[in-house]
Write a protein that binds this ligand. Structure first.
Ligand SMILES: NC(=O)CC[C@H](N)C(=O)O
Length: 368
């Protein structure tokens, strides 16, 4: 069956459909990870985005419930050069085609993903429509143009959990790697703006009991648990559009140690008075080099973001700790007086290299 990907600049790519025979609009972005497609598909930060993989072959190892980063597929659509015809892995319970079909999400294969990614790099991330049901190019381009885009959009409200809960799944798949167990002797409230589950596994692994609260929680609600520390999660959309979350972070700062990842980092920056801006095409992949300015060490990191904190707007007391070596953008900050720090990238590494796992230990140390 045919599928088409139309961009707002009028470009239309025609390929083969897989997954669900449906249609969706989104911001078209690209990810440079070679593996980890299931973690990418289920990352709530991709809400409203059609994800293109630069690596040419996807689906090789199928899918398994163990690798999901949330309870469902979150991307608006999935674009690959080639979908594996013969997936093979002992952990796999369903192939990628069936996984997307069950989720109601459309995929397209067989298009020139190199040309698409070059276009996105030159012009910047663009809005698009992926359709397995409409073959009229002009109609699809018109729909791509009508999509509102990411800037100014609060997508957090669409993905927050309905009510607070306690994470009871422990290390999850970490157990497979036989990491040493640490008794849970710290209590963290994790503010969930669309959190990847591996963050919960990592917090558990460093000895934290975790209470998850919706990203709409107020400062008073968060503090009512009297936690040892507060974690601010990743999440979709424009950080500057989530005023209620910025206010909640302002209200907890200085009262408890705070650690933020990705959207959580951006919200911490905004709460401190800094500004965020939209990157041209963002950072998405498992191979982004980041310099830790405190140690001079370089980490290879997993990333997924389209916005960034402008370091020139950081107030006195907030120190830029990490920098992206591809484009020199801010990748981490710390405010020692307020016992708060954050990184723009994903130390929970799902999927991705584990270079940055030390940050969970730093959070643990900050909690005393
Ligand atoms: N992974 C995230 O938390 C992404 C944060 C934000 N939505 C961005 O695109 O920059």
């Amino acid at each position: 069956m045919q599928a088409k990907l139309a961009l707002e600049d009028g470009t239309v790519y025609t390929g083969r459909a897989f997954g669900a025979a449906a249609e969706s609009a989104g911001e078209v972005v690209f990810n440079t990870s070679m593996t980890g497609y299931q973690e990418i598909l289920t990352d709530p930060s991709y809400t409203g985005q059609i994800v293109t993989m630069t690596y040419p072959l996807m689906g090789n190892y199928g899918t398994t419930a163990l690798d999901a980063e949330s309870d469902r597929v979150r991307v608006a659509g999935f674009v690959v050069r080639e979908l594996t015809q013969v997936p093979s892995n002992f952990r796999s319970t369903r192939d990628l085609d069936g996984y997307l079909r069950a989720a109601g999400v459309t995929g397209i294969e067989g298009i020139d993903t190199r040309a698409l990614v070059r276009r996105l790099r030159v012009r910047g991330a663009m809005n698009g429509v992926l359709s397995a049901t409409e073959s009229d190019d002009a109609k699809l381009v018109a729909k791509a143009k009508a999509f509102p885009g990411m800037a100014g959009r609060d997508l957090v409200r669409e993905v927050v959990p309905p009510k607070p809960f306690t994470w009871t799944e422990g290390f999850g798949r970490f157990a497979e790697h036989v990491l040493p167990a640490r008794p849970a002797d710290r209590h963290v409230v994790a503010v969930d703006y669309g959190m990847k589950w591996n963050i919960l596994r990592c917090l558990t692994q460093v000895g934290c009991k975790v209470t998850v609260v919706p990203g709409t929680a107020t400062a008073d609600e968060i503090l009512s648990y009297d936690p040892d520390g507060i974690f601010l999660s990743n999440g979709p959309g424009d950080p500057a559009a989530v005023g209620y979350a910025i206010d909640a972070v302002k209200g907890v700062l200085g009262k408890k140690p705070v650690f933020g990842i990705c959207l959580g980092h951006q919200l911490l920056g905004l709460a401190l008075g800094a500004k965020t801006f939209k990157l041209k095409f963002g950072h998405r992949g498992a191979n982004q080099p980041v310099l830790d300015r405190r140690t001079g060490k370089v980490e290879i990191t997993t990333q997924n973001h389209g916005f960034s904190v402008d370091p020139s707007t950081l107030p006195a007391g907030a120190e830029p700790t990490h920098v992206n070596l591809n484009d020199q953008t801010l990748e981490g900050l710390r405010h020692t007086g307020l016992r708060a720090f954050s990184v723009q990238y994903h130390p929970e590494a799902a999927a991705g290299p584990h270079d940055s796992s030390y940050l969970f230990e730093e959070f643990r140390t900050l909690m005393g």
